[in-house]
Design a protein around this ligand. Structure first.
Ligand code: ADP
Ligand code: MG
Length: 395
């Protein structure tokens, strides 16, 4: 991993050298970098002095970058709320055949995609770098090689342009995605972040004001969806596939466990449910036989039912425990149809309002990084160029 880190640092230090003193580079390197950076208005900006005070202007456009896992994302966000562009390049076709994300392949693809995706985001928003007021980038948690690509790129861009930079926690970005919607929650609220890498409950009192109430002790919910789908040979990523197949399955066919981990515990555990599915399949080999469709639909539907039941129960209990009347769901698994329906139904019985972003803002995207980044940049918070990426970065 160190070798990889060094290679990336080297890659982006070339960009820095190019912008400070292009004559120090060989002709070939100079022309390759001019070619790569020209579409995003670099050559233009290089000869122009930017006013960092534009940050105090009434309108603020943030260029946001997200590369924490296997999606390369870039977005331009106006005043932390309005999406001028939001581009996501998915790596699903690359990782599909392995049944999960291969970190080395993910970082290599980010390197290939970062310039075209940032270029596309600026182009779609119809702005050049001269009209951008700050850069927000995901700093962690996530795959270290993937994070370093976005972070090193953002640092190089900030260094070259003088634009203020801020690092954003990916989990906070997920919790901020709701502010891209028309109807937004007031603080405080309970936030459930449920994705492939995380399953945590927070009390959220404002931007940057979080208290974690619980988290998974083993697998994240999305990880369990992905592993069950892999076990049954259904493909990757498992969440959307199981969501679709479950529509025609019987959720009561098999009773999988619903671990509660004790009264007043807001922790989760999904590895037991996953193991129960493994054991069920072992004792029912016909599940993987020649006519498995109906049984598979029942297995995944019953599995989804168990996961959703636990997620909804703990979220509502957390709201009641904190005496809050608002809950926000976010992260890839919050795109799940049953989870969205069920939490709304059960919360309304307790007079709790539910806010869930559109499915495309639940899964990884840069727009949500722009929302969180804006909140920090407008308060004058800046990251130094020594900003580092962290695979483990608790909120
Ligand atoms: P990360 O986990 O890297 O933060 P995301 O926030 O995009 O990434 O979440 C991806 C996870 O969400 C994957 O595990 C995927 O299976 C899961 N997921 C996506 N859509 C659905 C869905 N409709 N139902 C259940 N899980 C889903
Ligand atoms: Mg995510």
């Amino acid at each position: 991993m160190n070798l990889y880190k060094n290679r990336l640092c080297c890659h982006f230090s070339l960009v820095k050298v190019f912008l400070i003193n292009p004559n120090r580079l060989s002709c070939r390197r100079r022309s390759v970098l001019s070619f790569l950076l020209h579409p995003i208005g670099f050559c233009d900006i290089f000869s122009t002095s930017l006013s960092i005070d534009s940050i105090r202007a009434k309108t603020m456009r943030i260029l946001a970058i997200e590369t924490s896992c296997d999606d390369t994302g870039a977005a331009v966000i106006l005043n932390g709320r309005k999406i001028l562009s939001n581009v996501v390049s998915s790596q699903v076709p690359i990782h599909q055949k392995y049944g999960g994300v291969v970190p080395e392949l993910a970082s290599r693809r980010h390197i290939e995609m970062i310039v075209p995706i940032v270029t596309e985001a600026l182009g779609t928003a119809k702005v050049t770098l001269r009209e951008i007021d700050g850069i927000a980038v995901t700093q962690g948690p996530g795959l270290i090689g993937s994070l370093l690509v976005g972070l090193s790129f953002a640092k190089s861009l900030s260094f070259a342009t003088g634009l203020p930079l801020v690092g954003v926690n990916h989990i906070e970005a997920h919790l901020s995605a709701i502010f891209l919607e028309k109807v937004t929650p007031k603080f405080p609220f309970i936030g459930l972040v449920v994705s492939g890498g995380h399953t945590s409950l927070f009390r959220v009192d404002g931007f940057g004001k979080f208290r974690r109430l619980g988290q998974t002790r083993d697998d994240a919910a999305g990880e369990a969806f992905d592993k069950v789908a892999k076990l049954l040979g259904l493909g990757y990523p498992g969440g959307p596939i199981i969501d679709e197949l479950s529509k025609r399955g019987n959720p009561k066919a098999i009773r999988f466990p619903r671990p509660s981990l004790g009264k007043n515990s807001f922790d989760f555990s999904f590895s037991g449910i996953k193991t129960a599915v493994v054991n069920y399949v072992k004792s029912h080999p016909e599940a993987l036989g020649t006519h498995p469709e109906e049984l598979i639909r029942d297995i995944v539907s019953s599995f989804q039912e168990a996961v959703v039941e636990v997620l909804v129960k703990k979220t509502i209990e957390a709201a009641q425990h904190e005496r809050l009347k608002r809950v926000v769901l976010s992260g890839g698994v919050a795109a799940n149809r049953l989870l969205r329906e069920r939490v709304k139904e059960q919360a309304s019985e307790c007079k709790i309002a539910v806010y869930i972003p559109l499915p495309s803002f639940c899964t990884d995207n840069a727009a949500m990084v722009g929302v969180a980044g804006y909140e920090y940049l407008k308060r004058g918070i800046r990251a130094p160029l020594s900003l580092n990426a962290f695979s483990n970065m608790p909120l």
